[in-house]
Design a protein around this ligand. Structure first.
Ligand code: SF4
Ligand code: ZN
Length: 317
């Protein structure tokens, strides 16, 4: 009898806490099991809440989703399309950057093309080769280190420029809770508190008419839940990480550190995120960022006479 009770308890334990169907996910910080249906509904509810609570999207918006072919950006496009496809006042597009990373980006760009076609979203693909005249593969051969950071700089610059040229009002990225927590911790570790205010669901970038507002609808969704959501919805995505991410060891170590903490203290990433959100307004008033002007060479927003991208382009060519 005892043995039977133990087995039924075990079977019971694997059922959804909301409908008793088979569980596909256990959220440790809540102690709840989720079946496929309730898991999908829960993710969508949380993304909608982030959008509504932070007024990320308004009628009249033209939204460009920066889709790389990975799970997070594909989920962002899938979710925004699902939520807004019947709203004629909101238009959705996709922008994909091909940095020229053989064996990685070529594969993920293909996945993004398949996905955009599948859901009928207009996609704009831009290559570093055409826009900048070189690939990140070449950059990595020219620089001993720092090419991942340079690639990130070039990506942000191009995404903002193209989104603006395409008359977008918002630029949505696939940043998830893990990405955000890593950035929060890294900025604190580096003593870069001003950069901390660039976090949050709609980062307060220094106002400049050439900046397109960035939004992060997936910011409260942990990475493992984002992956499961993509799998349960049959969203095509490239599962591998960029081969050059090893060039950013601090991010890799911060990721490991946070994941280890989360094993013994489930939910710690949510508390870190919530703490950062609460601190941001104080940092914003205490540390005013410098005035932002325009780069005298490319006329994009810059706090220096010549922007970092123009400097980088000169050193590479
Ligand atoms: Fe570029 Fe670094 Fe991202 Fe790879 S990980 S795509 S090198 S920013
Ligand atoms: Zn410039």
């Amino acid at each position: 009898m005892e043995r039977f009770k133990e087995i039924t308890k075990k079977i019971d334990f694997m059922k959804c806490s909301f409908c008793r169907n088979k569980s596909v996910y256990f959220r440790r910080n809540e102690g709840h099991h989720y079946c496929k249906n309730h898991f999908i509904k829960n993710i969508e509810k949380r993304v909608k809440r982030t959008i509504r609570a932070n007024k990320l999207i308004e009628n009249g918006d033209r939204i460009a989703v920066a889709i790389s072919g990975g799970k997070d950006s594909a989920n962002t496009l899938f979710l925004l399309n699902k939520i807004f496809k019947n709203n004629p006042k909101i238009k959705l597009f996709a922008i994909t950057l091909d940095e020229g990373i053989k064996g990685y980006r070529d594969k993920s760009v293909k996945k993004s093309e398949i996905f955009c076609k599948k859901i009928g979203v207009e996609q704009h693909i831009l290559t570093f080769k055409k826009e900048y005249g070189f690939t990140v593969d070449r950059l990595s051969k020219k620089m001993d280190s720092g090419y991942c950071g340079s690639c990130g700089l070039l990506r942000r610059y191009l995404l903002n420029k193209k989104a603006r040229e395409l008359k977008m009002t918002k630029l949505a990225t696939g940043h998830n809770l893990d990405d955000e927590c890593q950035s929060i911790l890294m900025n604190i570790l580096k003593g870069d508190l001003l950069r901390l205010v660039r976090g949050g669901p709609m980062p307060m970038l220094t106002r400049h008419k050439k900046f397109v507002s960035r939004i992060k609808p997936l910011i409260t969704i942990p990475e493992n839940e984002s992956e499961l959501y993509a799998e349960l919805n049959n969203i095509p995505f490239h599962p591998k990480s960029c081969i050059y991410s090893v060039d950013n060891p601090l991010r890799g170590q911060t990721k490991k550190f946070l994941n280890n903490l989360d094993k013994t203290s489930p939910g710690i990433k949510y508390s870190l995120y919530e703490s950062a959100i609460k601190i941001m307004p104080f940092i914003r008033t205490k540390f005013k960022s410098g005035k932002i002007g325009s780069c005298k060479e490319c006329e994009e927003p810059s706090s220096q006479k010549v922007c970092k991208v123009c400097e980088l382009l000169k050193s590479v060519k």
